[in-house]
Design a binder for this molecule. Structure first.
Ligand code: FEO
Ligand code: CA
Ligand code: CA
Ligand code: CA
Length: 675
């Protein structure tokens, strides 16, 4: 027990009920307004969005992209000209556009013609590329917040924008492409999922599922070393890439490899077409200075290359290193942290990307091992570690370790997790919370891609059948890490499980509904997890689910978690695999009090087919911004000409195509959100 005794803040709203309506629902006494929808112009010269698939590819360089995801608010001063992080009435929103719902980007005729991944229409590729990336938009508070389309800060980064490659791997042979023979630049940031911020006021955008976009050969056609790398990051099979961007009909006539860059097949004699290393230029944490529109974003290679979900910092303390926590979101992947070499100097708070060069280009990358006794270890991924130096892959140097850090993490015995999504740090206790969204391969036989057992372990302790054909860990959980001595740079930690997801039909099953969830707070597939900075200890939890969507659309909950130890260590009986398969596991924890309706409560339910992901706030805690990603995504391509059959028409209603949207939420009495 003992949760939040030191925290006077209490959740004050009435829980929002589960539901499958095509609506965005917030508690009584709150208002949600659409702020920034797919296709909305960011300047005054771009036409209003037609939303019928005819808006041009080029125009998307000046429109909201698709699949809004992680975001952060950075205050501007009242004249709108300079940084003032304390201003709650005017600021810059930086926002990721992770992916696209392709059928809603193109005309009904184009959708009906089908998308041949071996011969794509060039204008369609260009539109899809431009609908990815990042937005920076100025928002100003009037009666409510709106986008200032006159702002000189407004801009888009797309999957074609120039990016600098920075840090210890920059210039490595594995990053050389025809675009940058020096291996120090690339085009595009891709599949930008969750995000982070820095103590010097810049934005971090994190490249997650980039691997699927690339055309690649069967790895068996490659040499041993590139084959091992491809197997670990992209799989062994040949592919045209998920959208066929490498295959414009008629070939790449751009003259600058605009499409060929998506094909990592070694091209032999034609060095100008050899983009075998292009995929190595994706999978990074990328730093953007919101206040410096002309500055080229920098890919920070010291933080490692993997399926980056997000990167959130420990509290910056003068004289101590800057520390980031990061999940690698794929089944049976790892949790990482980065510790800077330089110690934090508050004089660097306005240094922009120059401060980034100091703190994010030189440091140590660690990976987590979770022990059954509730202890854990951070192991540095360094070529000097004998286990890494001796790995069968054959690391050439530290740059290779950073570019292929999954393989290095395999070598040091890291713990494969149930899909690590967002990680954030409790601003009062310093505990780190990491969502593990779900894992259909947990508890099955065989080995993970990293060669580890998929069997149950204390940190990934659930195997059950949800009665709808899902097994493994269908509903996900949240692990909590307490650094040894409360020191973010420690190499040891303790951990417990904060919370287990469960559906309403599992309320009676104590080995599934371990956290004792109720109608007011149950959920499945936790993904977004973020601590308010204005209300210390207030955590927001967002879901990206397919298991519970038969009963409820995805949701956001407010939480007031306690501290490490309140959830207790986990023990698992009958961990044998596969003898356990088909049966629920018995999992025991201490009697956690972190998940009562008083400390965990449903705040929002989204429209049909959406995921709730991405949240930020004004610094007074009186406005939050939340992203509603891909409403209506289950609409069949064959129904594109039949609006009545769309899964969703949100937010515009009527017969409109649905749009990923940022919503602004305020309390009608002007109070703190969540109170
Ligand atoms: Fe893009 Fe792991 O969610
Ligand atoms: Ca996510
Ligand atoms: Ca997810
Ligand atoms: Ca279900």
């Amino acid at each position: 027990g003992g949760s939040n005794k030191s925290n006077a803040f209490k959740l004050g709203f009435t829980a929002v009920a589960r539901g499958t309506d095509d609506l965005l629902r917030v508690p009584t006494g709150y208002t949600a307004n659409a702020l920034y929808r797919l296709g909305d112009p960011i300047n005054t010269t771009t036409a209003a969005y037609l939303n019928d698939g005819t808006d041009s590819a080029a125009s998307f360089q000046f429109r909201a992209g698709d699949h809004h995801d992680g975001m952060a608010y950075f205050g501007l001063n009242s004249s709108g000209l300079a940084k003032d992080l304390s201003n709650a009435a005017r600021g810059l929103l930086c926002m990721n556009h992770e992916n696209i719902t392709r059928i809603f980007l193109h005309s009904a005729a184009d959708v009906a013609a089908g998308f041949n991944s071996a011969a794509r229409v060039v204008a369609q590729i260009d539109k899809e590329v431009n609908a990815h990336g990042v937005s920076v938009i100025e928002v100003v508070k009037g009666a409510t917040f709106s986008v200032n389309t006159l702002s000189g800060f407004n801009r888009r980064y797309t999957a074609a924008s120039e990016m600098t490659i920075s840090g210890p791997a920059a210039g490595d042979d594995l990053l050389v492409t025809p675009y940058s023979n020096a291996g120090t630049a690339t085009r595009g940031t891709l599949n930008n999922c969750a995000n982070g911020v820095t103590p010097w006021g810049t934005y971090l955008t994190c490249e997650e599922n980039w691997a699927g976009y690339f055309k690649r050969p069967a790895s068996a056609t490659l040499g041993a070393k590139p084959a091992a790398a491809q197997n670990r990051y992209m799989g062994s099979g040949a592919s045209n890439g998920s959208y066929g961007w490498a295959n414009p009909a008629g070939g790449d006539t751009s003259g600058v490899g605009l499409y060929t860059r998506w094909d990592v097949t070694p091209s032999g004699a034609d060095a100008t077409a050899d983009y075998r290393n292009a995929a190595n230029t994706m999978g990074w944490v990328v730093e953007i200075d919101p206040f410096a529109p002309a500055a080229t974003p920098r890919k920070r290679t010291a933080l490692g290359r993997f399926g980056h979900e997000g990167a959130m910092p420990a509290k910056a303390v003068a004289g101590k290193p800057i520390v980031y926590y990061m999940g690698d979101d794929a089944q049976n992947e790892y949790i990482y942290k980065y510790v800077s070499t330089a110690n934090w100097d508050p004089a660097d708070a306005n240094g922009g990307l120059t401060s980034g060069n100091k703190y994010l280009d030189d440091g140590k990358l660690y990976v987590a091992t979770f022990n059954a006794d509730g202890s854990g270890t951070w192991t540095e991924l360094n070529i000097a570690n004998p286990a890494i130096a001796a790995a069968a892959y054959g690391f050439a140097d530290q740059a290779d370790v950073l570019i292929n850090c999954r393989l290095a993490a395999d070598a040091v015995g890291a713990t494969p997790m149930d899909r690590p999504e967002w990680a954030d740090v409790h601003p009062v206790t310093g505990d780190i919370y990491v969502t593990l969204t779900n894992n259909s391969s947990r508890g099955t036989t065989g080995l993970s891609t990293g060669g580890k057992s998929k069997g149950l372990d204390a940190a990934n302790p659930r195997y059950y059948n949800d009665g709808e054909g899902r097994t493994g860990n269908p509903n996900g959980h949240i692990v909590r890490i307490h650094e040894s001595g409360g020191d973010p740079s420690a190499t040891g930690f303790n951990w417990d499980v904060y919370l287990f997801g469960a559906e309403d039909d599992q309320f009676g099953n104590a080995s599934v509904n371990i956290s004792g969830l109720t109608d007011d707070n149950n959920f499945s597939s936790p993904d977004g997890l973020w601590f308010s900075q204005a209300v210390p200890g207030l955590m927001w939890l967002q879901t990206d689910d397919g298991a519970y969507t038969d009963v409820t659309n995805c949701m956001m909950l407010a939480a007031l978690p306690g501290k490490y130890g309140d959830g207790g260590a986990v023990s698992v009986t009958n961990v044998a695999v596969p003898s356990n398969a088909g049966a629920d596991q018995t999992v025991t924890t201490y009697a956690g009090t972190d998940a009562t309706p008083a400390t965990l409560r449903r705040f929002l339910v989204g429209p049909k087919g959406c995921e709730i992901t991405g949240i930020t706030e004004t610094p007074d805690g009186k406005t939050i911004f939340v992203n509603i990603q891909h409403p209506g995504e289950n609409t069949a391509a064959g129904d594109i000409a039949i609006p009545a059959n769309y899964e969703s028409h949100w937010p515009d209603g009527g017969t409109a195509r649905p749009r990923s949207t940022t919503v602004v939420i305020t309390k009608n009495d002007g109070g703190l959100i969540g109170a």
